[in-house]
Design a protein around this ligand. Structure first.
Ligand code: FAD
Ligand code: NAI
Length: 501
């Protein structure tokens, strides 16, 4: 009997060893392949130029999916990386480090069949008539040349949106935002500064209460996630290291509409509100921020009275508006581009206006009728990559047609004309909604998802695990998955770091 056990254990041991060695080998192979890309085809002046503006969700998905063997691709973006926005609020409280959710654009483009030119610059103007893009290096270090204009055959316009402030006084000057990586870093710095200043000897009770009052404006998913993350930081870490202050920290979420999270089902909105109540996060609905002062926020309460509430930090998550660059582009077609929410596009993502259909716009910069989400932007990017494949086929048929016509072969020309007509009919974009997910703090998340065409709403700890695994698998690279998983483990074992850098 003992030898049978020994045999069984030896078998299990062998299988475990093979799995471990196999897993480690595969991991090593994948990381090696990632770090040692092969030789690429060079830039070819005889091929058409696709100029991609931006390196966010839409542009990165496009770059990932495009077969650029027959195209030259040039990317212009003021940041040389892709930012995985869904995990940005986690960086703002130190659950994740910034690097874990950033992916340098070159890590992706270096793996494409043909060399991709990546230019770190801010686009200043687009001229669809001349088919040119003008951009400038806005970084601290500038060379002898820091501004130039290039031509494009096709433009993939994916510059995203900026935060809507509605011109409310003091927002730009005194609030933290939650859009870019430096916004998350600023918020963490400001938050820790408020706590350390509250701990300064001799601070009055009122001043401590002011410094420890954190107000989040906007009850959309960004505002809700930020509130949840601040709460986690408070209960999981600050309570240990600032026991005399932690209980005095207050979090208030302010929303102008009657409800938070309008895109989620009623059941999940109620669940979020009750979770926030339990977590002592005050939710003020029907309440509008009218002004942000250096040390207070002016609220218009539901009964229309005004309240000047002392605050230490305000995080502004008031939604999106088009960038000035997009407004300037739209203004070139005043009759056709009237939607103030973004660029009007057709079913195939072509900007309405330019007569030669050479400008494609996608993601948050458009007013496509879809919500401005990463899901939509990345599906549009993948779709557009397929369209360029179809355009290639169309161009080949057109070239064949002119050769055939020159040779006077009318029968074949007729057939080619018919094929060209079909190739000119681009298949329209169809969005497939995979559901909505949001983290609400307390190791809980909410999800409205479609599984086998069945709508399922769920909230809680199991949904939180689903949220984590969904985002881990959505991260664009093995490197980022490794870094994010590592940070989550590090946070569980050692807590968040309190350094104010
Ligand atoms: P972006 O990703 O914003 O990319 C725009 C790109 O354009 C950037 O690279 C930028 O540097 C570049 N750019 C800007 N100006 C210029 C210029 N002048 N010239 C050239 N390039 C320029 N959506 C979801 O579906 N699920 C989520 O969980 C989710 N969580 C989110 C959490 C947060 C905190 C935020 C802020 C958003 C979240 N979103 C989420 C929304 C999602 O991030 C956006 O819908 C998505 O980023 C849109 O992709 P985009 O490519 O259009 O724009
Ligand atoms: P949002 O537009 O969804 O919400 C902004 C909220 O701010 C609105 O509800 C608005 O009423 C409120 N607001 C504006 N001005 C105000 C004021 N002066 N006082 C009080 N409240 C005010 O913006 P958000 O949350 O940044 O999201 C932007 C997009 O990104 C959305 O499409 C969203 O779906 C997507 N997103 C998705 C996430 C997810 O799926 N988990 C997470 C974050 C964003």
């Amino acid at each position: 009997r003992g030898s049978r056990w020994r045999g069984f254990l030896a078998g299990v041991g062998r299988i475990t060893l093979i799995t471990l060695v196999g897993g480690a080998g595969t991991f090593y192979y994948l990381t090696y392949k990632d770090r040692h890309p092969g030789v690429q085809l060079p830039y070819d002046p005889s091929k058409k130029n696709i100029v991609v503006l931006g390196s966010g969700w839409a542009a990165t998905s496009f770059l990932k999916n495009i077969d650029n063997t027959e195209y030259n691709v040039i990317v212009v973006s003021p940041r040389n990386f892709f930012l995985f926005t869904p995990l940005l609020p986690s960086v703002a409280v130190g659950t994740l480090t910034s690097g874990a959710i950033l992916q340098p654009t070159r890590y992706l483009t270096r793996h494409k069949p043909r060399q991709v030119t990546v230019i770190e610059a801010e686009v200043k103007a687009v001229d669809p008539q001349a088919k040119t893009v003008t951009f400038a290096d806005e970084s601290e270090v500038k060379g002898a040349v820091s501004s130039t204009t290039i031509n494009y055959d096709y433009l993939v316009y994916a510059v995203g949106a900026e935060t809507q402030t509605f011109g409310i006084p003091g927002v730009q000057e005194h609030a933290c935002f939650m859009k870019e990586i430096n916004d998350a870093e600023n918020m963490k710095r400001r938050f820790m500064d408020c706590i350390e200043t509250a701990a300064f000897p001799g601070q009055s009770k009122e001043e401590i209460d002011r410094l420890l009052h954190m107000v989040v404006v906007g009850g959309g998913p960004t505002g809700v996630e930020v509130s949840g993350e601040i709460h986690d930081f408070l209960v999981e870490d600050l309570k240990q290291w600032y026991p005399e202050l932690a209980d005095r920290i207050r979090i208030t979420l302010v929303e102008a509409l009657p409800s938070v999270l309008p895109m989620f089902s009623k059941k999940l909105i109620d669940y979020t509100i009750s979770t926030f109540k339990e977590a002592k996060i005050d939710v003020l609905t029907n309440t509008m921020v009218k002004e942000i002062k250096p040390q207070s926020v002016v609220l218009q309460m539901p009964d229309k009275t005004m309240a000047d509430v002392p605050v230490g930090m305000v995080v502004w998550a008031g939604g999106n508006k088009p960038r000035q660059l997009s407004v300037d582009l739209m203004n070139q077609y005043p009759e056709l581009q009237k939607n103030r929410r973004g660029i009007t596009i057709d079913d195939c993502l072509r900007m309405v206006g330019p007569s030669d259909s050479s400008v494609f716009a996608l993601g948050d910069c458009t007013s496509s009728g879809y919500a401005p989400t990463a899901q939509v932007a990345s599906q549009q990017g993948a779709y557009l990559a397929g369209i360029f494949h179809q355009l290639l086929k169309r161009d080949a048929i057109a070239a064949q047609l002119s050769e055939t016509m020159a040779a006077g072969n009318t029968r074949e020309a007729k057939q080619l004309r018919w094929r060209l007509e079909r190739a000119n009919n681009l298949r329209p974009f169809h969005y497939s909604h995979q559901g909505s997910l949001a983290y609400i703090g307390h190791d809980r998340a909410i999800a409205d998802v479609n599984i086998f065409n069945k709508a399922i709403s769920s909230g809680g700890v199991a949904t939180f695990l689903f949220w984590r695994s969904a985002y881990l698998s959505t991260l664009f690279s093995l490197r980022n998955r490794f870094l994010v998983a590592n940070d989550w483990i590090k946070c569980r074992l050692f807590g968040r770091d309190l350094v104010r850098d």
